[in-house]
Design a protein around this ligand. Structure first.
Ligand SMILES: Nc1nc2c(ncn2[C@@H]2O[C@H](COP(=O)(O)OP(=O)(O)OP(=O)(O)O)[C@@H](O)[C@H]2O)c(=O)[nH]1
Ligand SMILES: [Mg+2]
Length: 259
């Protein structure tokens, strides 16, 4: 049976924001900066001649050298800002960009777009210096769009995350799907572990205190054993373990990253 695909959850919103905004901040997760680039956002922005900036948020979760490498790749297409809403890094640079934009245009409306959970609302709160947008580790927090006044001629638009045509487990690997709402959390978790083992296997040991196996499913079982997640018969509760790993990834508890 083919697994369900999720289609452009908020395509109409993307189009609406693009008609209202004159600048786009595309927020991506610095741990998986290429995977969280949203082709739909970029394509629609390009077609409408909107100026795009790519903001690599959550840079506090990756080494500086990795962030710089990602920046140099993406910069071939769009200007990039390394940012962390948690640590307040990159704020000055972003404020300068906004200042320069407001010299060029009478009114600046910045549409903040990207996948669910990349930190769009957190970025807005950082720029505003107070909590005006609701944030949560749960993907899909922001529902409607919200206009936030930053300065007398500068507005930010907070938006719900935008997803493209993808399978649920691909979205889960991006931290953009609630693990408890997955048809098959084990499959998603195995896919995620496969990437972690390939790119930064030591993260498994750092987080769970077990050595990763080359087989991601076996690794998941070992993690479940270590956590002592058991079914009533005593065997490992693999589903519960899978959800735990996915939540740890979403919450930034697993220090892995890749291009
Ligand atoms: N480590 C770290 N976590 C961050 C950062 N920015 C946001 N987060 C966390 O990421 C999670 C999602 O943040 P939100 O700002 O709600 O993300 P969003 O893109 O608005 O999410 P949706 O509204 O669901 O699309 C929250 O748990 C934040 O605390 C950051 O710079 N570093
Ligand atoms: Mg939000």
């Amino acid at each position: 049976m083919e697994k369900p695909r999720e289609w452009l959850r908020e395509k109409s919103i993307a189009k609406k924001i693009l008609s209202e905004a004159n600048v786009i901040f595309e927020v991506v997760d610095a741990r998986i900066p290429l995977e969280t680039r949203n082709k739909v956002v970029e394509q629609l922005s390009k077609e409408r001649n909107k100026e795009i900036f790519i903001i690599l948020n959550k840079t506090d979760l990756v080494p500086e050298s990795f962030a710089q490498k990602a920046k140099s790749i993406i910069e071939k297409e769009y200007p990039v800002v390394l940012f962390s809403a948690r640590k307040n890094t990159g704020k000055k640079e972003l404020e300068n960009i906004i200042k320069n934009l407001s010299k060029k245009k009478k009114i600046i409306k910045i549409g903040v777009l990207g996948y669910p959970n990349v930190g769009k609302s957190s970025l807005i709160n950082t720029l505003k210096r107070k909590k005006v947008a609701t944030t949560s580790p749960k993907p899909g927090m922001t529902r409607g769009e919200k206009l936030i006044k930053l300065d007398k001629n500068v507005y930010l638009i907070d938006t719900p995350g935008i997803i493209t045509l993808e399978f649920q487990d691909e979205l889960a690997v991006k931290g953009s799907w609630i693990p408890d709402k997955l048809e098959d959390p084990v499959d998603a978790s195995v896919k995620l572990l496969e990437k972690i083992i390939k790119n930064r296997p030591e993260a498994v040991e750092e987080t769970y205190g077990v050595k990763p196996e080359s087989d991601p499913y076996k690794t998941l079982e070992k993690i479940g054993e270590k956590l002592n997640y058991r079914m009533s018969g005593g065997s490992v509760d693999i589903k519960r373990t899978a959800k735990k790993v996915l939540w740890d990834w979403i919450k930034g508890n697993i220090k892995a990253y890749w291009l």
